[in-house]
Write a protein that binds this ligand. Sequence first.
Ligand SMILES: NC(=O)CC[C@H](N)C(=O)O
Length: 360
Amino acid sequence: MQKEAKLALEDGTILKGEGFGYQTIKTGEVVFATGMTGYVESLTDPSYKGQILMSTYPLQGNYGVSKEWFQSNGIKAEGYVVKEQNPYPSHSHSENSLSGFLEEYKIPGISNIDTRSLTLKIRKYGALNGALSTEEIDDEELLAMAQNQPGIEYIDLVDKVSVTQPKILGEEYKDRAVVLDCGIKNNSINALLRREIGVVLLPYNTSPQEIMDYEPGALLVSSGPGDPSRVSETIQTVQKLSERLPIFGICLGQQIISMAFGAKIYKMKFGHRGINQPVKDLKSGKVSITSQNHGFTIDHKACEDLPINVTQINLNDGTVEGIEHQELPISSVQYHPEAGPGPHDTDYYFDNFVENLKKY
Ligand SMILES: NC(=O)CC[C@H](N)C(=O)O
């Protein structure tokens, strides 16, 4: 028999369900993702640090858990909310159940939640802070935890997921990129290694000089959690290196790069999280289906007098999905070309990166 679990939301809602995973209490911004699959990749994506993830698709856990699908060294989301979790997974590579996986990384899960109605609430009122408990706790106490936590824009999260020491991968390759690690996903690193590009993974706050000391052919600013305004050092580093290296960015990386050129960022009502977000490239007219996970975005209107052009937009809501510098070899995307989870339509982004790196 499962133990009762509760999810309290800052607006006063308390939802009761069944606990799975680890017995503990965690707080975070409650966000929804629409992917039918990909829970291992999403839960281990460092961009979910500080957030309680909820799946809109009602049944998760069917194919279990394999380390092959991890995007970092463990679960980074603060909790997981589902309608139903399958305790009896079936997959030839599976090493664990969803519940066992959450237990291993000390993360609480709650099932039997009407995730579709909670999604409608979030779509109406915006992402809400929440507290998830798989322990015994009074409703009032849990509610106070949901209400007393600061909004995600007031928390430093990148320092909790970035490497603290340089890490070199693919040393045997002659070409090398520096990646500023704000919370990179394994698939992004693998996309470069697959193209025979060595990767120097550096902490997000590495100085421009130290980056140049590695003699990279290009710089990639990674995806990562939280509000880009919290990583002003990284924004300044991009400013300082903009005329010295080709610079590419993914998701948080795009927000950081655009801020380096004066763009404004705002928090979206409930963000884009899913694996079927349509993105149109404004030059070619081509539409790609993309993997996304972000809650902040670039203010398109405020880009007009800046030295950057908007190159891609989201076809659902018209928000900015890609930018490039008007003169320098600098470009970025808001979505995840590395996929994991999601479609590989935009894998070509890494080919552009390598082409620029080799030219430099
Ligand atoms: N995946 C990401 O890099 C997310 C970027 C940023 N934390 C956001 O929510 O917008």
